[in-house]
Design a protein around this ligand. Structure first.
Ligand SMILES: [Zn+2]
Length: 61
């Protein structure tokens, strides 16, 4: 068996935070997951924002 390093910083992993070396690296990995989740392509265009823009334009004219 070979000891694999922490996937975040490549330091030797810790038993308590396997597969990471520390709580910091574990949190960093979690944060990456969340960021990728929020960055889904479908989230870029907000249909409600477009509807609101149209309503404002109609009211102004
Ligand atoms: Zn690490």
């Amino acid at each position: 068996m070979s000891a694999r390093p922490c996937p975040i910083c490549r330091k030797p992993r810790s038993e308590a935070f396997t597969p990471f070396c520390s709580a910091r690296c574990r949190d960093r990995d979690l944060a990456q997951w969340f960021n990728e989740g929020y960055a889904l392509p479908g989230e870029a265009a907000d249909p409600e924002a477009l509807v609101r823009d149209d309503a404002d334009a109609e009211r102004r004219e």
